[in-house]
Design a protein around this ligand. Structure first.
Ligand code: GLC
Length: 698
């Protein structure tokens, strides 16, 4: 067969990702004149109204703030969240951690567009998303809500969501900053040195603000180095505004997200949400009378607020089209994400995909298999009008299959007998909103009765004991036992994984997740997800996990970087995922130059050497040789997803800037590029990097 001309694919196509983002497209100097004119005509009462929410409760899912009809100033109408519109019913997409596992920025842009459209259809104009707090430890209660343990990967997914969503509404990447623990989030202080702050916990927020011009940022409940985020001038003014040039507004997290009047406004907070508890007329007037707070400071906040309202042209009545909510295109998109997010972790003797010509009888076991399991029921919850469960998806994928469903984690004699007779046993195991999720104390009281959100941080990463016992018992009864896991983060599988032949991580896969599970198990879809979080062999291989202390020092290393430092293998490494086909990488080339003068272009060929179509995610890591300071062993600095027919070859093109190699020099408070040798590693997981080259950058 003549070699077709090789296609070159950009690992990250910036123009495509940011197209239609109103914060970029609508920016113009006339806007500032309009804002000044309006600001100068506002009364103090109208200014007070701009810097606080309307009331504690949402109205049909919308949280209002500001607005002055007589001046043509629209109100903000803020709606959660990272998994879809939390207003009425909406398309329940797979959770962000599942989308992180797609490593597909173009897809995440489309998810951002769809969620933005549905928020708008519900009357909202600000989506309180994306959540981009780094997964420092997989036990974090809200792990499912974020994308990754790695700052580069997080940044790429975040800017894709933001620029997609900002085609339609404002966004609010959250929670700024270092909100990586749940139970103690209202009081705890995350303590970091400057290198860890700038190199690990901020890069993805910086990209969201600088590259995608996020309209707002939500400040976090917790403290950073002892100061509450909502009144932290280092974070909200120096870093966010002076260093990064952020022109959007900062709204607090809800209720305990604001802790004062003058310190908050002087520190850089703009809006107290969901209502003016601290920012009441009385308190604001008193703070001004005492001289703690000036009208100029209030004007600076109001200026940022109304500038975003007119930048996004919220004053132009746009017809709201409710037909987009849960429309066929969005349901299909949810299915596409589910298909691309699931990670095949184990496939002994190619037991998968199941061949219905050979496999005639299967058992599906475990209560989760036929349960709606969309994820946590805190602020990121989405009410879906329909959900396809794993069992329904398996039946749909193999309509002629003899399927026996055992809806329990305990096996009675009848079940034991049945399982011993089947060709394949599929156990659906994992977590629900009861074991992990946002920890809201008020809902905590309700949780005892109403079975609402419990959530909170997970002290352990293993499955509940009854599920582990079930898996071991089933694998004793049936030689071909496959486990499908549902959950929002890493799970420790060491106790039972050697007893099973197949393992698929499905995450909280959204309303169409069951369909994707069935299609992957029976081979109609080739799995292509990669882990956005390291799955460790045991807890002791991770950072210390203290979920009660109110003072925690955050280290420079966590996740795969910590495992690399300790030379400790993961059970399944960051970036890992199997396919039903095989790929080969080759022809690594580094070229100087590109769009910017200090740019490097890294090219690599990816070939599908198997017998069926598949997608591969190629990752680029940078290593530092003879650095004068401590560096991570290697850091992800690029990834690209490519779809290849059997036999097809494509060239992936990565762009690197000098800034990708710099470290944060604490003494000078600036980024520094060392004149050393750098290693470039290319491969298909943080632990499988077959291609390497070195470069020197002046
Ligand atoms: C919650 C969450 C935040 C959410 C907000 C509104 O406490 O921390 O992510 O957007 O309140 O529901």
């Amino acid at each position: 067969m003549s070699r077709q001309a090789k296609t070159t694919v950009l690992a990250f196509d910036s123009d495509a990702i940011h197209a239609g983002n109103k914060a970029i497209e609508n920016d113009n100097p006339a806007l500032d004149e309009k804002v000044e004119a309006i600001l100068s005509s506002m009364t103090l009462a109208q200014k007070f109204n701009e810097i606080r929410g309307l009331q504690p409760e949402s109205i049909d899912g919308l949280y209002y703030s500001g607005g002055a009809e007589s001046l043509g100033i629209p109100a903000f109408k803020m709606v959660d969240g990272p998994r879809g519109a939390r207003a009425g019913t909406a398309t329940a997409f797979p959770v962000a951690m599942a989308r992180g596992a797609t490593f597909d920025v173009e897809l995440e842009r489309r998810v951002g567009q769809a969620i933005g459209l549905e928020v708008k259809a519900r009357g909202g104009n600000v989506v309180l998303a994306p959540t981009i707090n780094l997964l420092r430890h997989p036990g974090w209660g809200r792990a499912q809500e974020t994308y990754s343990e790695d700052p580069y990967h997080m940044g790429a997914m975040s800017v894709s969501f933001i620029s997609g969503a900002q085609n339609h509404v404002l966004t609010s990447p959250k929670h700024f900053a270092i909100n990586n623990i749940e139970n103690t989030r209202f009081e705890m202080s995350a303590n970091v040195d400057d290198r860890t702050l700038h190199e690990v916990y901020l890069p993805h927020f910086k990209r969201s603000v600088v590259e995608s011009r996020a309209a707002s940022v939500m400040s976090a409940y917790n403290k950073v180095n002892g100061t509450y985020c909502s009144e932290n001038p280092e974070l909200l003014t120096k870093i966010l505004r002076h260093d990064w040039g952020f022109r959007g507004f900062v709204e607090s997290d809800w209720f305990l997200g604001t802790r004062s009047v003058a310190p908050a406004l002087n520190g850089g907070l703009d809006i107290e949400m969901p209502s003016g508890y601290h920012f009441s007329d009385e308190n604001l007037s008193a703070a001004m009378a005492s001289g703690e707070l000036t009208e100029a400071t209030i004007d600076a906040a109001v200026r940022r607020i109304i500038r975003q309202k007119f930048l996004f042209r919220l004053d132009e009545d746009t017809v709201v089209d409710t037909s987009v909510v849960e429309c066929d295109a969005h349901i299909e998109l949810a299915a596409e994400v589910a298909r691309k997010s699931m990670v095949l972790l184990k496939n002994s003797d190619k037991v998968l995909p199941l061949d219905s010509a050979i496999v005639k009888k299967i058992a599906v076991i475990g209560s989760l298999a036929d349960m709606e399991n969309l994820g946590d029921r805190g602020s990121s919850y989405v009410t879906s009008s329909h959900v396809i469960t794993a069992l329904q998806g398996i039946k749909a994928a193999a309509p002629k299959m003899d399927i026996h469903y055992i809806d329990s984690y305990q096996l009675d004699d009848r079940a034991v007998k049945k399982i011993a007779q089947v060709d394949v046993a599929i156990v659906v195991a994992g977590l629900t909103y009861k074991e992990e999720g946002e920890f809201i104390p008020t809902q905590q009281q309700e949780a005892e009765d109403g079975q609402l959100a419990r959530g909170g941080d997970r002290l352990f990463l293993s499955l509940p004991p009854d599920q582990e016992e079930l898996i071991r018992e089933v694998s004793r009864l049936c030689q071909k036992t496959i486990v499908v896991l549902e959950g929002g983060s890493a799970l420790i599988v060491r106790n039972w994984v050697d007893d099973v032949v197949g393992l698929l991580m499905a995450w909280y896969p959204g309303r169409e997740g069951g369909t994707a599970i069935g299609e992957i198990l029976f081979g109609q879809v080739n799995p292509s997800g990669k882990l956005p979080v390291s799955f460790p062999q045991e807890m002791s291989h991770l950072v210390e996990w203290d979920i009660v202390s109110l003072d925690i020092n955050y280290e420079y290393h966590h996740g795969y970087r910590l495992l690399d430092l300790k030379q400790q293998a993961a059970e399944y490494p960051f970036g890992f995922g199997l396919s039903y086909t095989q790929f080969r990488l080759g022809k690594l080339k580094v070229e100087k130059g590109g769009d910017a003068k200090d740019q490097l272009t890294v090219l690599v060929d990816v070939e599908n050497v198997g017998d069926r179509q598949g997608d591969e995610v190629v990752q680029l890591y940078v290593g530092y040789n003879d650095s004068s300071v401590e560096r991570h062993v290697r850091e992800l600095k690029g990834f690209g997803r490519v779809s290849l027919a059997a036999g097809e070859v494509k060239t992936l093109s990565f762009s690197l800037n000098a800034s990708d190699f710099a470290y944060y020099d604490v003494d000078n408070g600036a980024w520094k590029l060392e004149d050393i040798e750098y290693s470039l590693f290319l491969g298909t997981s943080s632990a499988h990097l077959p291609l390497e080259t070195t470069i020197r950058i002046k």
